[in-house]
Design a protein around this ligand. Structure first.
Ligand code: MN
Length: 511
């Protein structure tokens, strides 16, 4: 395979297979993480995207959790996806009945595998677990369900018992058995040994957690030992340190081993959706989907990247649905500034470039992030000209607290004044709606929105940084204020002004 950089990576053979199935459990194990609750609408959104990238199975939740959870699972089922939709079920018949009630295609039947779980948690015996598993697998299969048996705490189970348990499950008709490193404690060597015992019996999947930071290593060990499917969650969200991350599994397998899983181009959008519906922000340095994964600031790196895209990246960002970003900061050099200005259709003279670089560096050294707006303002000053604004904020009134947050704005657009009001889920949302309403520009997109408190305390000045795009052009702008709504609107209006000023197009009338 030749990748988008036009180079063929050295592929090591991982196993006999050239494809591995992915079971996504973001909506079940991911939702079990502290503080995460995904609405039924959120679950359907995530499920649709998972289906679009082609995961084999979507574990949509645990039917036994309650009525609203069952409603959410049912809605995922009704979304009529290509992927198999499953529910988690404990080793009791009632859970299987509740799953059946939701109309799922299959279940992940979890039974205790380690003595700690068998004796201390469930209060039963190894013999009884084997017996129950046999009965329940047969029951679920009779009712038309696809069944994967998960041996909970399998990584700390007696390996002979785990093997007997899973052999029983397969004999009773289970479609697949799953090795579970429930507490993320196993080494890749132990994982390989356990998986090879199970894979000798029948179809085997692997479910690992990242408590030791070894999730990905254990996924690879599992596949090498014969696992044909991997459980993962988007962004690695999950209990404690989380699960194996879907995006890491997908890109790692294709890049290093030429093993196909899912359509990787949908990964970034999926990560973004999951960050939104879970409220768990992505760490900037997160592999594949973190903000900095394809960002380059250092002068030498940027210079290298401009000469050859592959210089400081293992694979092109397009492969995971992203774009490369050259970020300005204290390490920025002439090449980076020249490229950033060129993005805004500005060709700077050598003299302007030197002065602009010096000012950018100075700003960054004071600990400030240098946005596109800062760069353009600096360059305009270096050129000795003031910028003509086409869109300006004259006045803003916002009120939250009540049942319907509202906001009204007065804008000066070219030489005319425009007033509009909006409502929203909060004052910021309402103000953004009002601005959009006043301008009547339909093709503006808010790409990202970050808030940082500069100091602690409730009177803190906050900095809002937003990225907006229109057509093929995007711009980042920051604004600081003690009032978060005001900072948001100032940044947004500034961004719109720059996007509008970059074209000759007239701002449409608001009606
Ligand atoms: Mn788990």
């Amino acid at each position: 395979m030749t990748d988008l950089f036009g180079v063929s990576p050295e592929h090591t053979s991982l196993s006999e297979t050239d494809s591995v199935a992915l079971l996504d459990t973001t909506l079940r194990d991911g939702e079990q993480a502290p503080g995460i609750s995904i609405s039924p609408e959120g679950k359907v959104r995530v499920a649709r995207e998972l289906d679009r990238v082609g995961v084999e199975t979507i574990e949509a939740g645990s039917a036994c959790t309650g009525r609203s959870e069952r409603e959410a699972i049912r809605r995922v089922v009704e979304a009529d996806l290509d992927a198999r939709v499953s529910s988690f079920a404990r080793g009791i018949q009632e859970d299987i009945d509740l799953a059946l009630d939701c109309g799922v295609d299959g279940i992940g039947l979890v039974v205790p595998a380690s003595d700690r779980h068998i004796e201390t948690k469930v209060g039963t015996s190894r013999e009884e677990v084997i017996e129950t598993t046999e009965t329940l697998v047969a029951y679920a299969r009779e009712n038309g369900l696809w069944v994967e048996v998960m041996g909970e705490d399998g990584s700390r189970a007696d390996l002979d018992f785990l093997t007997d348990l899973m052999a029983t499950a397969l004999d009773a008709g289970a479609d697949r058995v799953c090795y579970c490193d429930t507490v993320g404690h196993a080494s890749p060597e132990h994982t390989a040994e356990a998986i090879s015992r199970l894979a000798a019996l029948g179809p085997t999947s692997t479910h690992v957690h990242d408590d030791l930071g070894l999730a990905m290593a254990n996924v690879l060990a599992s596949i090498r030992a014969g696992a044909e499917a991997v459980h993962a969650t988007v962004n690695g969200v999950g209990e404690r340190a989380g699960n194996a991350a879907l995006e890491e599994v997908a890109i790692g397998l294709t890049h290093c081993y030429d093993v196909a899983t899912i359509d990787t181009e949908g990964l970034y959008s999926l990560a973004d959706t999951v960050a939104n519906v879970t409220g768990v922000a992505l760490p900037p340095n997160k592999a594949v989907v973190g903000e900095n994964a394809f960002a380059h600031e250092s002068g030498i790196h940027t210079d290298g990247m401009l000469k050859d895209d592959a210089m400081y990246e293992p694979y092109p960002p397009e492969l995971v649905g992203r774009e490369r970003r050259l970020v300005l900061g204290k390490h920025t050099g002439r090449a980076g500034v020249r490229a950033a200005l060129a993005d805004h259709a500005i060709e700077a003279s050598e003299e302007e470039l030197g002065e602009t670089v010096a000012r950018v560096t100075e700003l960054a050294e004071r600990g400030k992030r240098v946005t596109d707006a800062d760069l353009l303002a600096i360059h305009a000053e270096v050129q000795g000209r003031a910028r003509d604004r086409r869109v300006e904020l004259v006045d803003l009134t916002a009120a939250g607290g009540g049942p319907t947050p509202t906001a009204s704005v007065r804008l000066r657009v070219d030489s005319e004044e425009r007033v509009a009001a909006g409502t929203g889920s909060g004052p910021v949302d309402a103000a953004v709606t009002a601005v959009t309403e006043a301008l009547g520009i339909a093709d503006l997109h808010l790409e990202s929105y970050h808030v940082d408190a500069i100091t602690g305390g409730t009177d803190a000045v906050v900095t809002v940084e937003i990225e907006m795009s229109r057509g093929g052009r995007s711009v980042t702008v920051g604004a600081s204020d003690a009032d978060i709504t005001r900072a948001s609107v100032v940044a947004m209006v500034d961004a719109i002004d720059r996007l509008v000023s970059a074209t000759d197009a007239r701002v449409p009338t608001a009606d």
